[in-house]
Design a protein around this ligand. Sequence first.
Ligand SMILES: [Zn+2]
Length: 474
Amino acid sequence: MYEPALWFVLPKGGVGIDYTRGDLPYEDYIAHFDERLRKYIPSPGEWTPVDDALFSPPDLYTVAPDEATKLQLAALQYSFAHHYEHNDLYRSYCQQYGMAPADIRTEHDLARIPLISDAFFKNHPEGREFATWLGSIFTGKLPTVVIEQQHPNCDQVVNAFNAAGMVVSYSSGTGGRHTFIPRDRRTFNNAEYALAKCILAMSCGRWIDRSETYLLMPDPRINTIYAGKSTEIMFDLLGDMKVGIKQSLSLNLIGMVMGNRGGFKGTLVRLAGRRRSRRMIDDVIKWLEERQESPDFTFLCGAPYLLHAVLTELTRRNKRFEFGERGGVVTGGGWKIRENQRLPLTEFRQAVFDVLGIPGRYCLDIYGMVESNGWMVQCPEGHYLHVPYTYFKPLVFDTEQKPLPYGEWGRFGFLDAAALSYPGFILTGDTARILERCPTCDRPGPVLDPEVKRAASQEDRGCAVEVRRLFSSD
Ligand SMILES: [Zn+2]
């Protein structure tokens, strides 16, 4: 069973006026949530099957399977036709496979939609050609992008796209190759809205005005790095927000951090990371001390590495808090805490309980990636990663790219209908296992095993690795 009503904190009398504990139905809470996030939701006259799938269910994880299958098929048929018609590159790719929108008639045809390898998105040229390349991935009509420089670097190209109203973001690997994804505003809104709604569904209304949150990641409002970028929406939802990295980080700087390069300057950058790390840990601890008596909610949100560093320091100082039900922890980005060490999730939750007094059911991890707008959030009961299956179809493939049945480990791919500005049909480098139902809770949709692994060749990519390297030089 999932347990929604017990720990609800609800609006009474409207937005930002008064909040008291109660047990209003989730539907009423989500109505308030949608009202608050109105600017992220297209006006009803403009809704497509993708919007039906994303915005109409009050909880994306509890839609009855028949209904979800219908919503998912319509959304993916719409999305596939949209990219086929408006993206020359993707259309010619599909033609090589002899696939066209008319071939997708039932849900059994969906696995035949041609997937793009995630490697494609990091195989970009430099300079002005980089801009052309970004434009070629983009589906539909690009806004007018003005690049003033004759020989622009990647930062300048990305900034020019974003000045034209896009939200181009990136994630990087150690080889210095960045993965760039060109989102338009609507697609980015989808990603943000989905993230907020999915966390809300699993934390059952513990999101309120009267809360304070510490984001242990770069400030999403001024950065294009994808680590935490979608949490920008939380500034429209929550009370006070603090951020761990207040400055704007250039691609060049991230490249130095990730690639151990840059000579003397690179060394300085890494030293600054270590200082930043110490400062932030002190700052978080001070904040926790200020928060410990507050009746309101206290949330920590960010990369496991940084939270782990905070917990370790608190243990060293022999300091313990008792936030209990007033606390929450949300993590994302991957679980490597050192180059060759993965932090076991159960151990982490135990440490959160031991040091902060926050029970495991309020400590949730999220699996997502720069290429997708789907968020797999853990359920509080069993910590399996639930899939928002009304608009997002997970797939697992064998080494010959044949789809595998439920329960088998293989290469993870997905069909993401919420990607409107680039084809969101992607084969990732990660290894995953899908279960038809959660072994622990009653939510009816598919789940991923929480132990998703980066494929060996991709081991050093991902948002948490970037954040970790921004703070350390290990
Ligand atoms: Zn579950």
